[in-house]
Design a binder for this molecule. Structure first.
Ligand code: NAI
Ligand code: MG
Length: 481
């Protein structure tokens, strides 16, 4: 039966999916249905890409950089005006605690502020060449950018990829995650209200293997930005290869925090716990391995366990340390890791507690510290994407580096030591995109380039680096003899 659910936005118009089908939206805190989104598919993606192409060749291509920037800055202000409403929607839809949702919306506004300000400051270069020649290097937008993003930080991901792409002069088609995209629908309405022209931002809600696959394999896109699992990242890269389209992939990690015996332990403890419980561990840059020098292993792990025992888990509106995970599928996946660890005899050394607001229909997991975990065990190698921290002892600097680099991932790392030489030696040798010394940023600020090595993906988002990804250079050689 056809229902009028209109969450597809093409050419500044809201519509149903062309198949009239919908996807149920569930609140992770209760497991209850809270609405529906349109189940867009290839037909909708085709319309969205055509709209984006037309806008790229027309209105957006003819909009001056300063005017593009002004529209984005205006959207940033608009998001800030609607911050509380957006935060409540984000928390309900993803299950994340209200304080985290509020931070996320502030970051989303900041992305538009940052890239709005950057739009007219991205300029080219000149190169000395032969006499009688002038060489100009200009930076041009890629064209139509396809964006496929996950459910863990929907609003922030919208800011991160859309603001950068539009600032650089691209037009966009966004396929948000089917599990959580209500904030994105509201953000798109706000983008419309501030006057982003028709066709510049198009959003097609739907499933990954339908709308997502149609977007990534579309013949008329010029660039792909993907954040999600390594498995789907491989599919995206294959589709991009078939069409000779460049792509940026951000695929998660198994990020280490390395604690030496000269570290400021009191400073490290809350940060290390925070880095694994943030967003209930569903963060690509979660600090999911803590490597501890053997001389302080027992002392450190005992203090860490005490803190982990104090972590409280409840519904998004109870606003505790952790909310539920996104879905029953994700809960079962995380519990699968914990069950296998138990069967392998790995000890649980610390565990958070469920608050009464963690009702039985919701997708709750107790944040858990396990150790010692063998560096080759799946818990020390695979991305769990839940609040599960593994403790691994090491002997010295070389051993720490070997273990830290010893997974297929390479996204970010934290180093805890007061020894300046060691800080720099390790920072240079870690195969990761961001290194934090005596701190941990979980991806850090909007200004900081972010991305991976190895299975964590390639290309950089955030900061000015993202603008380089979303543009391409053109060399113009003028013979003026
Ligand atoms: P996923 O990679 O399937 O989903 C991410 C996005 O890709 C969603 O928008 C989805 O609709 C889309 N997608 C799925 N299949 C597609 C396809 N065949 N073609 C094009 N697009 C497609 O991730 P999922 O299933 O939500 O989570 C599975 C695991 O992936 C998690 O447990 C976690 O380990 C990892 N993950 C990592 C994220 C990160 O931030 N790096 C975010 C989400 C998940
Ligand atoms: Mg999937």
């Amino acid at each position: 039966m056809s229902k009028s659910v209109k969450t597809i936005f093409i050419n500044n118009k809201w519509s149903e999916s062309s198949n009239h089908d919908t996807i149920n939206v569930v609140a992770p805190s209760t497991g209850a249905s809270i609405g529906e989104i349109s189940r867009g598919d290839k037909a909708d993606i085709d319309l969205a890409v055509a709209a984006a192409r037309q806008a790229f060749e027309g209105v957006w291509g003819n909009t001056a950089a300063a005017d593009r920037g002004r529209l984005l800055s205006r959207l940033g202000l608009k998001i800030a005006e609607h911050a509380e409403e957006l935060a409540q929607l984000e928390a309900l839809d993803t299950g994340k605690a209200m304080k985290l949702a509020r931070n996320d919306i502030a970051a989303t506004a900041r992305y538009f502020e940052y890239y709005g300000g950057a739009a007219d400051k991205l300029h080219g270069d000149t190169i000395p060449f032969l006499n009688d020649y002038q060489v100009l290097i200009i930076r041009e937008p890629r064209g139509v950018a396809g964006h496929i993003i996950p459910w863990n930080y929907p609003a922030q991901m919208f800011g991160r990829t859309i603001a950068a792409a539009l600032a650089a002069g691209n037009t966009t088609v966004l396929k948000p995650a089917e599990e959580a995209c209500l904030s994105i629908i509201r953000l798109t309405e706000l983008a419309h209200e501030v006057g982003i022209p028709a066709g510049v931002l198009n959003v097609v809600t739907g499933n990954g293997d339908e709308a997502g696959a149609a977007l990534s394999s579309h013949k008329d896109i010029d660039f792909l930005s993907f954040t999600g699992s390594p498995e789907v990242g491989t599919l995206i890269q294959k589709a991009a290869a078939d069409n000779h389209v460049p792509c940026v992939l951000e695929l998660g990690g198994k990020s280490p925090q390395i604690v030496f015996d000269d570290a400021d332990i009191e400073k490290a403890l809350p940060v290390i716990v925070g880095a694994i419980i943030q967003n209930t561990g569903q963060t690509c840059s979660a600090g999911s391995r803590v490597l501890i020098q053997r001389t302080i292993y027992e002392e450190f792990v005992t203090a860490l366990a005490k803190r982990m025992n104090g972590v409280r888990v409840g519904s998004h509106d109870a606003d505790l340390d952790c909310g539920p995970v996104i879905s029953a599928v994700q809960r079962d996946r995380v519990n699968g890791f914990l069950d296998r660890a138990k069967a392998d005899g790995i000890a649980v050394i610390g565990q958070g507690k469920l608050d009464p607001s963690a009702v039985s229909g919701g997708f709750y997991i107790k944040p858990t510290l396990l150790g010692p975990v063998d560096e080759e065990h799946e818990l020390a190698q695979d991305e769990v994407f839940g609040p599960v921290l593994v403790a691994i002892p090491f002997d010295d600097e070389d051993d720490a580096l070997r273990i830290a680099n010893g997974t297929e991932f390479g996204l970010i790392a934290g180093i805890w030591t007061e020894n300046g030489g060691r800080q720099m030696r390790l920072a240079k040798k870690l195969r990761v995109g961001q290194v934090y010394i005596n701190g941990y940023g979980a991806g850090g600020g909007i200004e900081l380039p972010f991305g991976g090595f190895k299975r964590s993906g390639h290309g950089r988002e955030k900061g000015f680096e993202a603008l380089k990804e979303y543009t391409v250079s053109k060399t113009i050689v003028i013979n003026h003899k």
